[in-house]
Design a protein around this ligand. Structure first.
Ligand code: MN
Length: 235
C-alpha cells in the first residue's frame, strides 16, 4: 500500500455554514456562534418576576443552524404549548478576541440586525425550576429568526431607536435601545472575558417588555428603528 495518499476526507459531506444576507450586498455573512443576553431591559426583567438591578449580565447560546431569514417560516415546535416571541436587536461581529476593552469593542462590529429569540417558555420554565440548562427552551430548530444585517458603515452604531413587535398588526412589544441595561460595547467586552469572540458571531441583545405567546398562522413584524425589519410567519 502506498502511504502517499494521506488526504483526510470528511466521513460525510459537512453541513453548510449558516449565513445571513447583508443589506445592499450580494455577499452573505457567515455565522460562527449565536450568543444571547438575558434580562437586558428593566421592564422585561420585571415582567418575568426579576429584580431589574444592574447585576452581572448573563448569556446563553443558540445553535447557528437555527437561523431563519426574514420572510421565512417559523414552524411551531414540538413539545411546547407556550412559544413566545422576544424581539431583539442583533449585533454582528467582523472580528473578535479575548478581553476586549469597552473602548475598543465597537471596532469589532460588522453591523446590526433585527432578531427574534423564539422561546419555548414552558420548557424554559421547567428548566429554570429544576436548575437545568436552557437549551431545550432556547436552542431548538428555527429558534433564531434574523433579518439581513446592515453594516455599521451605513448606519453607525445605534444607541437610540424604537424596538417594536407587531403580531397580526397588533403592537405587542415596545421599547427603545436607550433602555438597554448593558450597552453594546459593555456586552462585547464582558462576553469576551468569558469566551473567545470571533468574526461571524452574533449577539442577541435582549428583549423589551411585552413578550407573549405565538399561534400557528401568526404574522410577526419586528422593527428596530434605524436598523431594519424582520417578517416571520408561524406555521
Ligand atoms: Mn431574549
Amino acid at each position: 500500500m502506498s502511504a502517499t495518499n494521506t488526504t483526510v476526507k470528511y466521513a460525510f459531506p459537512p453541513h453548510e455554514i449558516p449565513s445571513l444576507p447583508i443589506h445592499n450586498s450580494i455577499d452573505v455573512f457567515p455565522v460562527h456562534r449565536i450568543y444571547c443576553v438575558g434580562r437586558n431591559y428593566a421592564d422585561h426583567a420585571i415582567e418575568m418576576g426579576h429584580d431589574p438591578s444592574r447585576d452581572e449580565p448573563f448569556f446563553f447560546q443558540k445553535n447557528p443552524d437555527t437561523l431563519v431569514p426574514s420572510g421565512g417560516v417559523f414552524p411551531y415546535p414540538e413539545r411546547s404549548n407556550d412559544v413566545h416571541h422576544e424581539l431583539e436587536m442583533v449585533v454582528a461581529l467582523k472580528s473578535g478576541g479575548r478581553n476586549i476593552s469597552i473602548e475598543k469593542a465597537l471596532d469589532h462590529v460588522f453591523g446590526y440586525g433585527v432578531g427574534l429569540d423564539m422561546t419555548r417558555r414552558d420548557l424554559q420554565g421547567e428548566a429554570k425550576k429544576a436548575g437545568r440548562p436552557w437549551e431545550i427552551g432556547k436552542a431548538f430548530e428555527h429558534a433564531a429568526p434574523c433579518s439581513a444585517l446592515v453594516p455599521a458603515s451605513e448606519i453607525g452604531h445605534p444607541v437610540k431607536g424604537a424596538v417594536t413587535l407587531w403580531v397580526n398588526g397588533v403592537l405587542k412589544q415596545q421599547g427603545d435601545l436607550d433602555q438597554l441595561i448593558w450597552k453594546v460595547p459593555e456586552m462585547i467586552s464582558y462576553l469576551s472575558g468569558l469566551f473567545e469572540l470571533k468574526a461571524g458571531d452574533l449577539i442577541y441583545t435582549g428583549t423589551p417588555a411585552g413578550v407573549g405567546p405565538v399561534q400557528r398562522g401568526d404574522e410577526l413584524l419586528g422593527v428596530v428603528e434605524g436598523v431594519g425589519e424582520l417578517k416571520i410567519k408561524v406555521a
